[in-house]
Design a protein around this ligand. Structure first.
Ligand SMILES: N[C@@H](CCC(=O)N[C@@H](CS)C(=O)NCC(=O)O)C(=O)O
Length: 222
């Protein structure tokens, strides 16, 4: 039975899973959930994830939400080095993935809500919220920038799930105007990923197409 991933092509979280699956050669069936139509809040979807969030994996009786957990599940199934080549690398990968969820992506998601979702709904951004988010993002980005000064990847010498998790906020950077361009090593790392990881470039194209089509249909431009 094919593994199903429920999600929206315009979502950076879905992109993390779509990218990892492509790299690992794991066949997935994309079940579209139109987030702009609120399809992650229907009674049927809430049975999969009561938080009303995507992506969700369905593999027979196994249901997993949270893109990082889904990627670990897929990587273990595929025996992939995306989880790290050694035991030590694996813990480092997990460390950065957990950090990414708590200290990094969360601010990017809230910035997206303020600057993109809010605009679609005709709401002005709240400067006090945006300033708090930018302050936290800059603090985290400066640590990443120093970390990446002498490294090509977040852990070890190859791409891992840590890179995919930490790169996710770049998915919406031209819409959120997250201040990553102020951090040259971080920016160069992201450009390198786009140039050297075809799946990362492919999924960005899908995401941008989806976002641009929706936003222009709703008269929103960035
Ligand atoms: N921590 C979750 C974040 C999931 C998340 O925020 N998903 C967004 C799309 S990127 C979503 O489904 N939003 C729907 C909604 O808020 O209604 C993960 O990593 O999977």
């Amino acid at each position: 039975m094919t593994i199903q991933i429920h999600g929206d092509l315009g979502s950076g979280s879905f992109r993390r899973v779509a990218t990892a699956a492509k790299i690992m050669g794991v066949d997935i069936e994309h079940i579209n959930v139109d987030l702009f139509k609120g399809e992650s809040h229907t009674p049927a979807f809430l049975k999969l994830n009561p938080h009303g969030l995507t992506p969700v994996l369905q593999d027979g009786d196994t249901i997993i939400w949270e893109a990082s957990a889904i990627n670990i599940y897929l990587a273990e199934k595929a025996g992939s080095a995306l989880l790290g080549k050694s035991a030590n690398d694996r813990y480092q990968v997990l460390q950065w993935m957990f950090w990414s969820g708590e200290q990094w992506r969360v601010f990017a998601t809230l910035l997206f809500n303020e600057r993109v979702a809010g605009r679609v709904m005709g709401q002005a951004e709240d400067p006090s919220i945006v300033n708090l988010l930018l302050k936290n993002m800059r603090a985290a980005a400066s640590v990443l920038d120093a970390h990446l000064a002498s490294r090509r990847f977040i852990v070890g010498d190859e791409l891992t799930l840590a890179d995919i998790d930490i790169a996710a906020p770049f998915s919406q950077v031209f819409r959120t105007k997250a201040p990553f361009v102020e951090f040259p090593n971080l920016w160069a790392w992201q450009e390198r990923l786009l140039e050297t990881v075809p799946a990362w470039a492919d999924t960005r194209r899908d995401l941008d197409d989806r976002m641009d089509t929706f936003l222009s249909a709703n008269g929103v431009t960035f």
